[in-house]
Design a protein around this ligand. Structure first.
Ligand SMILES: Nc1ncnc2c1ncn2[C@@H]1O[C@H](COP(=O)(O)OP(=O)(O)OP(=O)(O)O)[C@@H](O)[C@H]1O
Ligand SMILES: [Mg+2]
Length: 475
């Protein structure tokens, strides 16, 4: 017997432990019975889960066995004719309750469930612990005209941002285009939206001019989900950032259009600044109370005048109201600036530049409550170009040239949450990302496009009442 040495010099005897698992003898018929029962159970679960496939198949087989192939063909024809009739009679309800539920189920089976576990593993969303594999659960797939919405139960330890970062990889893994993740009311679930085709591919025509502009929701374009995109101007300033040719002009014009009826009735005053020589905004001169272009000194003067108006108004409102309500005597003043950097960075005369910066800083920090708003377009969102960027509560990111610029415009983490401004193709100007009130994930929108004729027509139809006597044009 081997000896083990515990205390030096002293040996105690040990014996090898004999571990043997007890062996159970299972009769062969019981084993076969177990396999059959298990197989049957799984088959039943599958048949119930895919009832939309199994029920028509079983019914079809039954009809064929009972009445023959001709009757079956007749039944199929009647069902098909019923579907076509429904489609012709009421297309939207057929798509909603007939067609898309079928497409969703087929795509869930053929696209998502088929590759689910392997895609989760390759995209780093599955994990292993204690020898077991854990894969997020695919709960639901819903398809519509443009894309697929996949609801997933996350693994413990995952957050929607993890899925946001993986969304693009997931989209490509399922052979789809753009992908975005969004959180839901349920803290254990996340919804992935994949696009099959772009709902924003077509140019958006100018939207109807609101009869009375609602500052809490000015219609400027359409969202990816087909709803109108409405901008909240009340209590806000708006920054529009986008590379050259990204469609900043269409955002400015859509906004001007949405305020046009207020301009006509005198509730809104537009002060336009077009430092790039007046090329963009000149066509709307009849709408503008002030129109400045080219001369930096003149523009500084107009901005200082806006500061003066703002201060006087603040003095009048002090103690009476905390938020200004536009009237004809005290209209809403909207300063529309095309290319803000041309005011704040590219002016060579330092004195004028400092005057402009000071006036802008005051307007941005104090104007919101007294109905003086700044809407500014900007090509380059780098910090040294615009020190006031953080004073714009509402920001719109059109096509940008670099990924880093996205977070600069829309805020930290915006790109991870799906605002892929740097991936917007040049072929879709006017497409951008916005952050909506109460929605964490940025939303993709396309702004309405006004042609030169539309702008001229807008100017003629909604020109200011006191156009002739008060308007000031500063070159
Ligand atoms: N919303 C839109 N829908 C469709 N096409 C658009 C839209 N906006 C702009 N475009 C097209 O893109 C072109 C460039 O747009 P725009 O002049 O507004 O760009 P920008 O961002 O102002 O560029 P820049 O910084 O050079 O002034 C327009 O001439 C027009 O043809
Ligand atoms: Mg422009």
């Amino acid at each position: 017997m081997p000896l083990i040495n515990i205390i030096p010099g002293e040996k105690i005897p040990v014996a090898p432990m004999n571990v043997r698992l007890p062996a159970w003898r299972v009769p062969g018929w019981l084993l076969v019975f177990w396999w059959l029962a298990r197989g049957l159970f799984r088959l039943t679960v599958l048949a119930v889960r895919y009832w939309w496939l199994t029920t028509p198949t079983v019914l079809g087989l039954w009809v064929r066995a009972e009445y023959g192939g001709l009757v079956l063909a007749g039944v199929v024809l009647v069902v098909a004719a019923g579907c076509v009739g429904w489609w012709r009679w009421h297309r939207s309800s057929w798509l909603r309750f007939g067609w898309y539920p079928i497409v969703s189920r087929v795509r869930a089976l053929t696209v998502f469930r088929r590759r689910w576990a392997s895609v989760m593993a390759t995209c780093g969303l599955a994990t292993a612990f204690g020898g077991d594999r854990y894969v997020p659960q695919l709960l639901r797939v819903r398809c519509d005209r443009y894309g697929d919405e996949v609801t997933v139960r996350m693994l413990p330890g995952q957050i929607p941002d993890d899925w946001g970062q993986a969304a693009e990889r997931l989209a490509y893994a399922f052979r789809l285009r753009h992908g975005q993740a969004r959180s839901t009311d349920r803290p254990d679930q996340v919804v992935l939206r994949f696009l099959r085709r772009d709902p924003l591919a077509a140019i958006v025509d100018p939207l109807p001019v609101p009869v009375v502009p609602d500052l809490a929701g000015l219609p400027l374009g359409v969202r990816e989900d087909g709803q109108p995109y409405e901008l909240r101007l009340a209590g806000s300033h708006v920054l529009i950032a986008g590379a050259t040719g990204s469609g900043k002009g269409s955002v400015l014009w859509s906004l001007i259009r949405s305020l046009a009826d207020g301009v006509r009735s005198g509730l809104v005053e537009l002060w336009a600044f077009d430092p790039k020589g007046g090329m963009e905004l000149a066509a709307g001169v009849p709408l503008f109370a002030r129109f400045s272009y080219d001369d930096p000194d003149g523009m500084a003067g107009v901005l200082e005048e806006a500061v003066k108006r703002m201060r006087l108004r603040a003095a009048r409102l002090r103690g009476l109201a905390r938020q200004h309500t536009p009237t004809v005597d005290e209209p809403l003043i909207v300063l529309v600036v095309d290319e803000l950097a041309a005011l704040t960075a590219y002016i060579t005369d330092r004195k004028v530049r400092d005057r402009i910066k000071e006036a802008l800083g005051l307007l941005l920090s104090q104007g919101r409550a007294v109905g003086v708003h700044v809407v500014a377009a900007l090509q380059d969102p780098r910090k040294d170009v615009l020190p006031f960027r953080d004073l714009f509560p509402t920001r719109i990111g059109l096509r940008l040239t670099e990924p880093e610029q996205v977070d600069m415009v829309l805020g930290d983490g915006a790109r991870d949450r799906g605002a892929l401004c740097d991936r917007i193709p040049e072929s879709t100007p006017g497409v951008g990302f916005v952050v909506l009130d109460g929605v964490r994930e940025p939303v993709r929108v396309r702004f309405a496009y006004l042609t030169d004729d539309d702008i001229r027509h807008l100017g003629r139809t909604y020109r200011r009442l006191d156009d002739t006597d008060e308007q000031e044009v500063t070159p």
